[in-house]
Design a protein around this ligand. Structure first.
Ligand code: NAP
Length: 251
């Protein structure tokens, strides 16, 4: 019998993480660095705290300025950073209003950052990886609202359903060419994105009552899934949307 032990190491690999200054992106950047990757922390707010924390861990990281309100901006910034092995499309925004009142601006802003930028950043990353003939991994950050409707967040829900679909089509096209494309669907994670929900006593109570694990998740809870999906151990995992949600979707 032959058995190759699963390899979760990211030693020698270079990762590009969008929205790495805070929240889930920061947790993922720290997680990838802890597994040995060098991390380019990209975003519109400089990710100094993240880069310093990685340095304290003995890892390597740097900042890249990237504003994805221009959804085509990722391609140019990726090109400045040479050979990359891992892309994490994490940056995302949310706008809340009743669907009857929802504006075109709130529709377009969210779709640009959460969906259009995800596709064109992945496209640019894949062109480089395919030109090098190197194995590469793309991890998109989806949501519970890739599966459920939510309420008062129509563009967010549409964008995150789109992220799940894009993850599958890109996996179909690129799996045979050495690129693993997968997504993580975080449940309710305590970050800036969820401040309003946690501050609303009734919503907070209702949310907690429905989570089998009984607590909000933390950014580091998403990091382990990202390390796995970026690692050689996930070589046969393609087009998967991995729920990390304290059991929410199982309920
Ligand atoms: P967060 O703390 O608000 O972080 C969002 C990140 O995206 C920040 O780094 C932000 O940068 C960046 N970003 C936003 N607009 C950008 C732009 N135009 N250009 C570049 N970067 C931009 O929220 P989070 O909860 O960590 O969210 C991260 C991802 O997880 C998002 O895709 C979100 O939809 C998803 N998610 C979150 C939850 C949750 O419960 N928290 C659940 C499911 C999915 P700035 O700091 O400069 O704004």
């Amino acid at each position: 019998m032959s058995f190759a032990a699963p390899n979760f190491s990211l030693e020698g690999r270079r990762a590009f993480v969008t929205g790495a200054n805070t929240g889930i992106g920061q947790g993922i950047a720290l997680g990838l660095a802890s597994a040995g990757a060098q991390v380019i922390c990209a975003g519109r707010t400089p990710a100094e705290e993240t880069v310093e924390a990685i340095g304290r861990m003995g890892g390597k990281a740097q900042i890249a300025a990237l504003d994805l309100s221009d959804p085509m901006a990722g391609a140019a910034v990726l090109a400045e950073h040479g050979d990359l092995d891992i892309l994490v499309n994490n940056a995302g925004i949310i706008r809340r209003a009743d669907s009857l009142d929802f504006t075109e601006g709130d529709w377009d802003d969210v779709m640009d950052v959460n969906l259009k930028a995800v596709f064109f950043t992945a496209q640019a990353f894949a062109k480089h990886a395919l030109a090098r003939g190197a194995h590469a991994s793309i991890i998109n950050i989806a949501s519970l609202l890739s599966f459920q409707g939510g309420i008062r967040v129509p563009s967010y829900t549409a964008s995150k359903h789109g992220v799940a679909g894009l993850t599958k089509i890109l996996a179909n096209e690129w799996a045979l060419r050495g690129i693993n494309v997968n997504a993580i669907a975080p449940g309710y994670i305590a970050t800036n994105n969820t401040v309003a929900l946690r501050a609303d006593e009734n919503r907070n109570r209702d949310i907690l009552a429905r989570i089998p694990a009984g607590a909000w998740g933390k950014p580091e809870d998403i990091a382990g899934a990202a390390v796995f999906l970026a690692s050689p151990a996930a070589r046969y995992v393609h087009g998967c949307v991995l729920n990390v949600d304290g059991g929410w979707l199982a309920r």
